[in-house]
Design a protein. Structure first.
Length: 216
């Protein structure tokens, strides 16, 4: 894990989302949820694009190239926006990614073998779940190509943090500025928690300065 990814891993999605707001950037995606483990994941992105199967013969199963090429600690992000009810990820992929040291997978689309993901203790985020196989329905058309997740464009080498609140992407070109802003926000939030525990009224802690802290 590089230094930037390590810094990101110490932040939650809300602090990073607030930093994006403060800087006038987009990156937060809602509606994608953890379906296995309770871990937050963060790291550099390896992308996969899936499309409807038009009869082409795939040499390898979808996402297997991403698993083979990803570095330990990276996060695989899959676009499956075909509208076809077919899984973009399954149990053997979870095991292969776990053995490779990959931090987790984020799917804009459905996953299957959810119980196997839990058994392998591998973190899967997905927009939905299904039992229907990808075979004969969808195919991979690119690894480490530009994709979209929600309304956010995602490129290989971008960064992502995902937890119980949301999935938040940060473009590679913006990561240092976003981290600086998010770390400042997190420090301020910790100070607010300390003040509340010390007995400061919540109306004082979360007053006007809190309401305006993200203004540019």
């Amino acid at each position: 894990m590089d230094d930037l990814a390590a810094r990101l891993s110490r932040l939650d999605s809300c602090a990073v989302s607030d930093a994006l707001d403060k800087l006038g950037l987009i990156g937060a995606v809602t509606g994608i949820h953890r379906v296995s483990t309770d871990r937050r994941i963060a790291g550099r992105v390896v992308t996969v694009k899936l499309e409807r199967d038009d009869g082409r013969a795939a040499a390898k199963h979808l996402c297997s190239t991403a698993i083979e090429t990803a570095l330990p600690g990276e996060v695989i992000v899959v676009e499956q926006r075909t509208g076809v009810d077919a899984a973009a990820w399954g149990g053997n992929l979870s095991l292969g990614a776990k053995l490779r040291g990959i931090a987790g997978v984020i799917i804009d689309g459905p996953a299957r073998d959810v119980d196997e993901g839990r058994l392998h203790d591998f973190t899967v985020f997905a927009r939905d779940h299904t039992s229907r196989t990808a075979r004969g329905r969808i195919v991979e058309t690119g690894t480490n190509v530009p994709i979209a997740v929600g309304d956010v464009p995602v490129s290989p080498g971008d960064y992502v943090v995902a937890d119980g609140s949301a999935v938040v992407f940060v473009a590679q070109r913006d990561i240092e500025g976003v981290l600086d802003a998010a770390e400042a926000i997190a420090r301020r939030e910790r100070a607010m928690v300390d003040a509340l525990l010390e007995g400061t009224p919540i109306g004082s802690v979360m007053g006007k300065s809190y309401e305006t802290m993200l203004k540019r």
